[in-house]
Design a protein around this ligand. Structure first.
Ligand code: HEM
Length: 199
């Protein structure tokens, strides 16, 4: 099994080699990863960062951006997860195929994000902030990234003030999503690593 929803299906053909399984999985998630790169290029100021810092932020933040973008794959009411093929699987089925605590944490995250009822514009700005807030280890020009982050925070706060009556609460909850995403990212990286070691 390969229980990541970025795959076409959690069930893998037992006659395939681990190389073939990984090839097929890559074909499934690569378009989504490319979209993150395209999205990053459109963040005002992102392309002014050095090539090195752009790559570092993308490496650290792509999963987190995808998590926000694909949070709708987690159907909290039905307790199902849609895979990229469009087919959905119950939590129980995924658990029996090896999914664990991380799956539950992703459900919690998605439920709280959806509850904030962000507009597409707000989601997009929040997603830009997620990427620019990615792990700073190895960043060459931290102050340039910080300046970019401050602009995005200001723009997001203005937009939320315009759209929500309880803006302070919504804005605070959004900022508190950043460390949650970091933690999901760390847990997910461990799943990915251990899958690579024993597929
Ligand atoms: C698990 C890869 C993005 C959700 C995994 C596993 C791998 C993987 C190899 C382990 C599978 C197993 O042990 O059966 C990747 C790659 C990604 C990616 C390469 C980059 C494109 C995402 C995103 C989400 C996600 C964006 C959420 C929207 C999950 C879940 C699991 C998982 C729910 C199972 C967790 C559990 O065992 O509790 N992923 N993933 N992945 N991934 Fe991903």
């Amino acid at each position: 099994h390969l229980v990541c929803p970025m795959n076409v299906s959690p069930v893998v053909d037992p006659s395939k080699s681990s190389h073939e399984i990984w090839e097929e999985f890559s074909m499934s998630f690569t378009p989504a990863v490319r979209e993150v790169v395209e999205f990053a290029r459109q963040i005002p100021g992102f392309c002014e960062l050095s090539q090195h810092d752009q790559v570092s932020l993308l490496k650290a933040g792509t999963f987190e951006v995808l998590m926000v973008r694909f949070s709708s794959l987690f159907d909290v009411k039905q307790r199902t997860v849609s895979f990229l093929s469009g087919r959905s699987y119950s939590v129980e089925a995924l658990r029996s195929m090896g999914a664990g605590e991380l799956l539950s944490s992703m459900f919690d995250f998605s439920e709280k994000l959806v509850a904030l009822q962000l507009s597409p514009e707000e989601t997009s700005l929040f997603t830009a902030l997620v990427l620019v807030s990615a792990d700073r280890t190895g960043i060459e020009d931290v102050s340039l990234v910080e300046a970019l982050q401050e602009n995005l925070i200001r723009a997001l706060r203005n937009l939320i003030t315009k759209n929500h009556s309880n803006e302070a609460a919504v804005f605070t909850k959004l900022l508190l999503k950043l460390p949650e995403l970091r933690s999901l990212n760390n847990m997910h990286s461990e799943e990915l690593l251990s899958f690579k070691v024993h597929p």
